[in-house]
Design a protein. Structure first.
Lengths: 345, 345
């Protein structure tokens, strides 16, 4: 289909055999080409803008220089772009090209196998399988015929390496930072969906309370849908309950925090003077678009993408140990947190 | 690298030649294989889970079944994911695989050429070149050696087809919808960056005023950075100016609208009762997360991705006419617009 210059064009122009051109351009070991010929071939190749046929090379080396990224329902995961960027930049550093296939959400096992097979057909050097809503998955067995890594979930059989965000540590650090500023009545605006993030963030909240000797108070927890509307309703419920109101609210995610801001405003309270708020996800444009800017916990999507590619490269180079890795979720400080009972200037 | 079953394994197991297996599996025309042999080959291939080598096929057919998407600074364009999804789903419908390469923003011409060359090396069947901040680009000449399409910008030489959003029509329709509800003092919170969207949205705003016989009033236009903070400052300036205040504000984008909401709230005004607001971009989670939900203009990113792939397929099939296409930007109605001077129940 393309009108590209072929190796035989270079050979004809340089007046040598195709084999000689191949030896020169591939720097094939243990072959002898005299220096003058070598120079001439390189000059001609440069002048004709010849590029070796990567496909022919793939066939010869059984390596395509390409890795496949299989993502689950790209559009609904706000940070999928960061995973792709991390993977793409790491691939580029390793002279690899990233091919992306987007599996439909809840694609059945057969479709998943087909997607993996489509990548294997292209002789990819490795496959990254990214998912978002599961703790543990059973990836197609074909995945293990090449180096492979899971992002976002562990392999049920523990034979494929995986990398996931440490949701629990992220939530623990967020709530710890509130405790360190004197907060003890710390509310939690939780979501209701049964996904790993729900459980991890709730456990982290409880960890931080426990280590501070603060008894968990069910009256300080309210649930809602993981959107702005759900956050508004949950925070309204928290603030309308009888008894002392919370001095800080930790939110399941930034979208809920967006609704929590509105509920706090509707109650005539100010952030962070009257109530501190922390989100989770560091989802732009919410986190810096809210006023004041939202202190939140960042997910290591870019880092997971890059980690996955580096792991494929290690596996290709002989490292066969499968493991489960959690990457930390760092706290990002903006303007929504203040010491308890202290109004900033 | 992979431990895959090869065609010779199938041939050995079925006790036929490799050529026979190839003819059966490729349904090669004008070849004769008796029905019993054909069945046996298919059975063995299925039993061994044999998959034909796509790489070898690429070499033979000069077609890889793969198309390349070259994107500019993926991470900073909130909707790049929608372009990818549109392209990926259209590719899938056409039995093509999408490979994505992310060029650094402002990558120089040499790097761009290298990225195109990397895709050509893999014998891609076509290349989509997506950009965001330019009206017109000069893509590398190598792009034209295969079917190619630009997303988001036109080709300076008009030799490569392009697809862009109709920013002007989107803005015109938004402001028209305000005029239709009786608004005549329609403010514009504009951005300051010199990108195609800035010019198109401003022209659309002016178009709608002009066709309604409303004189453009510079006192109703305020500029700011295209973020929530810039929108807050611009709207504050608009609302603090002496004279009658606007009854509606059209915003350059949803992020600015987020700040406009806050400025309106700070002035003790309600949306949409006192002021209607329309954004642009339909950027989630802002658009549905704001209260009330933001009426805004949607960008056809998914559609542009799909259009680009369909265009590559047409080009591959012989259509060589390059053209410039604009896809419409539809108005998305939520809760931030009301007739002028009427408070909804």
């Amino acid at each position: 289909m393309s009108s590209r210059v072929r190796i035989k064009d270079v050979a004809a122009e340089a007046d040598v055999s195709v084999t000689t051109v191949s030896h020169v351009l591939n720097q094939t070991p243990h072959t002898r080409v005299n220096e003058e010929t070598r120079r001439r071939v390189l000059d001609v190749a440069a002048r004709l803008n010849y590029r070796p046929n990567r496909v022919a090379r793939s066939l010869r080396t059984q390596s395509s220089g390409m890795i496949g990224l299989l993502t689950e329902e790209f559009a609904t995961t706000p940070h999928a772009g960061r995973i792709i960027l991390g993977a793409q930049e790491a691939a580029s550093r390793n002279n690899l090209t990233l091919a992306i296939i987007n599996s439909a959400l809840q694609a059945d096992a057969v479709e998943r196998r087909d997607d993996v097979a489509a990548l294997l057909d292209r002789q990819v050097d490795g496959i990254i399988y990214a998912t978002v809503f599961h703790d543990v998955v059973s990836p197609p067995a074909e995945l293990r015929t090449v180096p492979s890594v899971l992002i976002g979930a562990r392999d049920r059989t523990r034979r494929v390496s995986s990398v996931t965000p440490d949701e629990r540590q992220g939530a623990r650090d967020a709530v710890r930072s509130l405790v360190a500023l004197g907060h003890r009545r710390i509310g939690f605006v939780a979501n209701t969906t049964d996904v790993p993030a729900t459980r991890g963030r709730r456990l982290g909240y409880l960890d931080a309370l426990e280590e501070a000797g603060i008894e968990a108070d069910p009256d300080l927890v309210a649930e809602g849908e993981a959107e702005a509307g759900g956050g508004f309703e949950a925070a309204t419920a928290l603030l309308d309950r009888p008894g002392e109101r919370p001095t800080a609210i930790f939110c399941y995610n930034d979208r809920m925090a967006m609704g929590v801001y509105r509920a706090i405003g509707d109650h005539g309270l100010r952030i962070p003077d009257d109530i501190s708020v922390i989100g989770f996800d560091d989802q732009e444009p919410i986190a810096s678009g809210l006023y004041p800017g939202l202190t939140t916990v960042s997910l290591p999507h870019y880092e997971m993408g890059a980690w996955a590619v580096d792991s494929l490269v290690s596996q290709r180079d002989g490292d066969r140990a499968a493991g489960t890795h959690r990457l930390p979720c760092p706290l990002v400080h903006r303007g929504s947190v203040a010491p308890v009972g202290v109004s900033p200037a």
